[in-house]
Design a protein around this ligand. Structure first.
Ligand code: MYA
Length: 415
């Protein structure tokens, strides 16, 4: 009898999870061991230099033909300007993309969101890569990249942000993912870009940072009904509703929605804020216009314009990412807002983010999520966010850091 010593369920679960994490660090990664990424065996070796792991090669040496797929499948470049193709990608992800550990929820990125996420300034259509079944032409897998400038310490590096890797549930564990990753890598190399950034819930060689999601309940009754959260010990529903109650309208004077004319001021504010983090996005005005101007049901941005000086002093933003609720008779969708980039210079972070919660509640979100990146720790507990159970690992491809970063050293949010 080994396991009778631990009586508490939560403690058991956390031990099981840590045990699994330690296994995943030991188990071989037949694919990732062949890639220019930090390897587990090198953790703690501070003699290795920071920067690119492999040098760029002349473009003429980049493989010109796509990688081979199993005979029944073919590559397709997904034209995200086509409403039909966009719907195909949307449906693949809606039915097969990321689920929580208990398979209760699955991300349901909207079509408008995908258009936004995949067509930023300077995007490459060739980086929107699908796999189709040859006979039916059905889309069965997808992976995407978009270009970004990411600063690592003092170097601004052109990178690809890789996202939406998805293989149809019926085609899992057939080593399709490594072929897709190699193919996107090839197409990124063809644009003379040699580094990438990505996030995943799974542990791979080797995270540059491991972050945690925190959740702020906005609609307690629904979150409890659908099993997202549980009624706390010694809590009733009415006490819980009262605990999470917010004011009806934002309280900061000058708090308003961001508009096109604010792009220069917001860019200045954001660039100055992000300069303090070790790894951060390098936003210019074009990026801010694309990534931060409000788009209905996709991204929301608010700022504080000083009533006296008319300076923009504070900024907050969040994106809309609903999840499908799997197998609940009463509800089909969980409406979640995800904290994006926030800057506070005059207003306190606490008051700024409290106003963000208020507008999110007004807009009908059930929950407001945030990672512990940047200065988010400074408001999470006080604003009644609770820690989630999943972790999000950040990775760089072909770029080594001497040691892992703290979440608070990251100024980067991927969608
Ligand atoms: S993260 C979101 C990933 N998507 C999902 O979780 C959706 C649901 N799951 C699936 O669709 C499948 O399970 C996926 C794997 C497609 C994830 N990132 O084909 P397999 C490795 C990287 O037999 P499947 C996001 O989108 C795994 O360790 N590698 O497995 C960012 C193993 O390798 P190794 C992953 O389950 C993506 C191999 O794949 C991931 O059928 C960033 C097994 O392949 C993962 N999330 O399919 C991609 N999951 O043996 C990297 C598993 O070595 C980009 N694996 O352990 C790298 C930069 C490229 C550009 C570089 C430019 C210079």
């Amino acid at each position: 009898e080994v396991n009778t010593l631990v009586g508490d369920d939560a403690a058991m679960e956390s031990i099981a999870r840590r045990f699994q994490d330690s296994i995943s660090v030991e188990k071989p990664h037949k694919f990732w061991e062949t890639q220019p990424v930090g390897q587990f065996k090198d953790i703690g070796d501070t003699s290795l230099p920071e920067g690119p792991i492999e040098a760029a090669t002349p473009l003429s040496e980049v493989k010109q033909e796509p990688y081979n797929l199993p005979a029944a499948y073919e590559w397709t470049t997904c034209d995200m300007k086509s409403d039909y193709v966009c719907s195909e990608v949307y449906n693949l992800l809606r039915n097969n993309y990321v689920e929580d550990d208990e398979n209760m929820f699955r991300f349901n990125y909207s079509k408008e969101f995908l258009t936004w996420a995949l067509r930023p300034p300077g995007y490459y259509p060739s980086w929107h890569i699908g796999v189709r079944a040859k006979t039916s032409k059905k889309l069965v897998a997808f992976i995407s990249g978009v270009p970004a400038r990411i600063r690592v310490r003092d170097d601004v590096v052109k990178m690809a942000e890789i996202n939406f890797l998805c293989v149809h549930k019926k085609l899992r564990s057939k080593r399709l993912a490594p072929v897709m990753i190699k193919e996107v890598t090839r197409r990124v190399h063809l644009e003379n870009i040699w580094q990438a950034a990505y996030t995943a819930g799974v542990v791979l060689p080797t995270p540059v940072a491991t972050c945690q999601y925190w959740h702020r309940t906005l609609n307690p009754k629904k979150l409890i009904d659908v099993g997202f959260s549980r009624l706390g010990a010694r809590m009733t529903m009415s006490r819980t509703i009262k605990l999470y109650k917010l004011q009806d309208a934002p309280v900061t004077p000058g708090f308003r929605k961001m508009e096109p004319c604010d792009v220069p001021a917001v860019t200045r504010l954001l660039r100055s804020y992000l300069s303090q983090f070790l790894v951060a996005t390098d936003f210019d005005e074009n990026d801010v216009e694309h990534w931060l101007l409000p788009r209905e049901d996709v991204v929301d941005s608010y700022l504080v314009e000083s009533p006296e000086t008319h300076d923009v002093t504070d900024f907050c933003s969040f994106y809309t990412l609903p999840s499908t609720i799997l197998g609940n008779p009463n509800y089909t969708t969980l409406k979640a807002a995800y904290s994006y980039y926030n800057v506070a210079t005059k207003t306190t972070f606490l008051q700024l983010m409290n106003d963000a919660l208020i507008v999110a509640k007004q807009k009908g979100f059930d929950v407001f999520n945030a990672l512990d990146v940047m200065h988010n720790e400074s408001f999470l507990k006080e604003l009644k966010f609770g820690p989630g159970d999943g972790q999000l690992h950040y990775y760089l491809y072909n770029y080594r850091l001497r040691s892992a970063l703290k979440p608070s050293e990251l100024g980067l949010v991927l969608l």
